[in-house]
Design a protein around this ligand. Structure first.
Ligand code: CA
Ligand code: CA
Length: 343
């Protein structure tokens, strides 16, 4: 467990956490260094100091371009280095450089932190994870402008996949390409990956079961209910059909990840809170990966702090995704999260 590099001179929190979801002793959320269980104030760090990454708005710029082509923009994910497919470090003379040496990774956990030092990069990096079925996720790799330290906890698919970390400068791109294979797992029927920009502080991913509501620990898989344990969905006493939140984030960028197998029939709802004191211009992206299918990519612009975005409903059986741009102002009914009856 490690924190991402400190991008903020004031020592602001920017933490990323991974849960090992395999059976075993429950981890203490506090003891692991996670601050998610802190009170509201602890999560509401200021976000102004985050504006130190020159290229950090790339995601938002892309999101705006996509959104201009359609409202509830369902777009494809972009591979930031489509020609870099062999494991190793791919770079040109003058491109950013890294200290990475290991590119073949066997994992038994559902997520892994990638970290190191990159030199000569302009701004933050990008990550891209793709498996053989074409399921994928993408987002930002926060990178310290002075030290070049980077670190990001990434959700992993079950089995073989490529993980790419990409930085650029005026000469071109550095791509770190990893062959990652996870074993002892079952690919989830449903996977949700949320990312946001550097002015978001922070966004919170929620998966609501049929008939459930937000911030109800029995029916909402989120930071209070789904990290160190899981709500018992589906067959009572059977953990293989319970949801997990294996990557959580309390700062800028994300990602956060929820996965889930053997859904009960009904309508699931994906909700996203803008939790802390982030900027009202914060933009983000939800990627929905259904087993064996290409990802569905949903974008949201200008999610105001204290608001809740209804990103999509997912109907089972069939996994029918219905995107939404519904934005609910919960600022008048907020106490440790939105207390309104949603959805
Ligand atoms: Ca969060
Ligand atoms: Ca169960």
């Amino acid at each position: 467990m490690r924190a991402a590099p400190h991008r903020q001179p004031g020592g602001e929190r920017h933490e990323t956490h991974i849960l090992d979801p395999r059976p075993g002793p429950e981890r203490d959320h506090h003891a692991s260094g996670c601050s998610d269980s802190d009170d509201n104030g602890a999560r509401r760090d200021g976000s102004n100091a985050r504006r130190d990454g020159g290229a950090a708005r790339r995601d938002a710029t892309t999101a705006r371009a996509d959104a201009s082509r359609g409202d509830a923009a369902t777009t494809a994910l972009t591979d930031p280095a489509p020609n870099a497919t062999a494991p190793g470090e791919q770079r040109c003379a003058g491109c950013p450089d890294s200290n990475e040496t290991t590119f073949a990774i066997s994992a038994t956990q559902t997520a892994r932190t990638f970290g190191g030092v990159v030199t000569g990069a302009t701004g933050d990096g990008q990550f891209y994870v793709v498996n053989e079925a074409g399921q994928a996720a993408s987002g930002t790799v926060p990178t310290h402008g002075d030290s070049g330290q980077y670190g990001v906890a990434l959700p992993l698919f079950c089995g073989a996949q490529l993980v790419k970390l990409v930085w650029t400068n005026s000469a071109g791109a550095l791509a770190l390409v990893y062959n990652v294979t996870t074993t002892g797992c079952v690919e989830a029927d449903l996977r949700l990956t949320l990312t946001w920009d550097e002015v978001g502080d922070d966004w919170e991913l929620h998966l609501i079961k049929p008939g459930g509501r937000i911030n109800d620990n029995a029916t909402d898989c989120t930071w209070t209910s789904c990290i160190t344990s899981s709500p018992d969905w589906g067959v009572v006493g059977d953990a293989t059909d319970d949801p997990k939140k294996d990557v959580d984030n309390t700062g800028a960028f994300g990602p956060e990840n929820i996965f889930f197998s053997k859904p009960e029939n009904g309508v699931y709802t994906v909700l996203v809170e803008h939790w802390g004191g982030g900027e009202p211009t914060s933009d983000g992206q939800l990627v929905i990966n259904l087993k064996g299918r290409a990802p569905v990519v949903l974008k949201k612009q200008n999610l105001v702090s204290g608001h809740v975005w209804t990103a999509a409903t997912i109907t089972w059986p069939g996994g029918v995704v219905t995107p939404s741009q519904t934005d609910y102002d919960c600022t008048g009914n907020w106490s440790g999260g939105c207390k309104a009856v949603l959805p």
